[in-house]
Design a protein around this ligand. Structure first.
Ligand SMILES: Nc1ncnc2c1ncn2[C@@H]1O[C@H](COP(=O)(O)OP(=O)(O)O)[C@@H](O)[C@H]1O
Ligand SMILES: CC(C)(COP(=O)(O)O)[C@@H](O)C(=O)NCCC(=O)O
Length: 379
């Protein structure tokens, strides 16, 4: 498999050797349309390979922290087409009832997207979960103990409005179809935000979603409890309607086979929390991590679109924190949403979320209309 792309890569390296006489960086011709291909070394996005010296800096899927590699990348790169071919290995077609449930998650999600992208992904996860379950049985056998039950934990990270919660709900619906793991729980890390009164006291209301706005110790304890096999674990609940933690409400995770944890911060480490040093991180208890990625212009559009939808929906509820926004003209609403995006969510994306991307086991790169265009899977 290696040779196809390897040959192309060699030609590009020759081109770069010539170009490297110039000390400036050089843009090379675009790769063929079918690149990157499955198993293709290295993970090079089209039209983006620079060679300043005898080795290549290949941005791979990472925009901000180029990976320094020669012929290798930690990721296998798939175009949408090559990834979707893997759906043929999935034995379970979607039933009418399942299709109905998926449509109920979000009427904007196309079923072609579910079939081409999420079905193969759920198959891969099914294989990984089974492998982990086998490994746990081996451990029980070695220890001469009764079988113990520990959920498989999947984390989903990415920007605000990239579609983390939609992705999580699609995967939950698809993963529950397998007999080996019928119980899939879903938890969002916004429940671990400090309540508004604490954020106000600390002057953090404009930093919601930044590392310092979370009770990170409580979040790490929560994931650790899940991974310790505690039969019942609870999490606080955040309401996007009242824009605050809901007192007296909790999310319960009980005897789940898989727990999906979705949030901006699930790939962050101690580096992101110098104000709150802790030795273990969420990722220490995660079996498989996913980063959902998209161009920042698309992210802003999706954020503003969601805001406009909320304005004519949830914001009309007098309980809503943003109720006063329901009266805004469309133009005013776009201005306000763009400002919130720019001053809070975009800053958070650049400072705290994007730098965690290359820690993920799998990166889904979305294009327009939320269609996944590339899949990057760690070897
Ligand atoms: N696969 C998808 N297809 C179409 N629209 C989507 C998809 N995923 C998310 N969206 C839309 O994008 C917006 C953000 O999605 P959401 O899941 O709420 O993001 P996040 O949880 O990352 O903030 C919502 O308006 C949602 O309807
Ligand atoms: C609560 C959140 C941090 C969670 O992020 P999400 O679940 O939307 O990805 C975010 O939705 C948020 O409220 N950010 C602060 C700025 C804003 O009002 O959008």
């Amino acid at each position: 498999m290696q040779h196809l792309c390897g040959k192309f890569f060699d030609r590009r390296v020759q081109a770069h050797k010539k170009a490297s006489e110039n000390p400036l960086l050089h843009r090379i011709p675009a790769a063929p349309a079918d690149f990157p291909r499955r198993y293709g070394p290295p993970a090079v996005p089209r039209s983006a390979l620079f060679i300043p010296g005898p080795w290549c800096i290949v941005p791979g899927p990472i925009q901000d922290t180029p990976m320094k590699i020669d012929n290798y990348s930690p990721y296998l790169a798939f175009s949408r087409e090559t990834w979707s071919e893997l759906r043929d290995a999935v034995q379970l077609p979607l039933s009418e009832a399942e299709l109905k449930r998926l449509r109920g998650i979000n009427d904007k999600v196309s079923l072609a997207e579910v079939r081409d992208i999420y079905l193969p992904l759920s198959r891969l996860l099914n294989l990984y979960v089974k492998a982990k379950q086998r490994r746990n049985r081996v451990l029980d056998q070695f220890l001469g103990k009764e079988p113990h039950h520990v959920p498989y934990v999947i984390s989903i990270a990415g920007s605000v409005a990239v579609g983390k919660s939609t992705t999580a709900r699609i995967l939950q619906a698809l993963l529950e179809r397998w007999p080996q793991h019928p119980k899939v729980a879903l938890v969002t890390t916004d429940g671990f935000l400090y309540p508004n009164h604490v954020l106000e006291q600390r002057g953090l209301m404009q930093k919601k979603g930044f590392p310092q706005s979370y009770d990170i110790r409580r979040l790490v304890q929560f994931v650790s409890d899940i991974k310790s096999g505690k039969p019942r674990v609870t999490a606080p609940v955040y309401s996007h309607l009242v824009y605050d933690i809901v007192p007296d409400q909790e999310a319960v995770v009980e005897q789940a086979d898989i727990v999906i944890i979705e949030g901006l911060n699930v790939l962050q480490s101690g580096m992101d929390y110098p104000h709150e040093p802790h030795r273990v991180f969420v990722s220490d208890f995660v079996d498989f991590s996913i980063f959902v990625d998209a161009d920042e212009r698309l992210l802003k559009t999706w954020y503003v679109e969601r805001f406009l939808k909320l304005r004519s929906g949830a914001f009309t509820d007098p309980e809503s924190y943003f109720h006063h926004y329901a009266q805004l003209s469309e133009e005013e609403a776009v201005t306000i949403a763009s400002r919130i995006w720019q001053e809070i969510n975009y800053k958070n994306l650049k400072q705290n979320i994007l730098p965690t991307k290359d820690r993920a086991e799998l990166i889904l790169t979305k294009g327009r209309a939320h269609e996944v265009e590339q899949v990057w899977l760690k070897k």
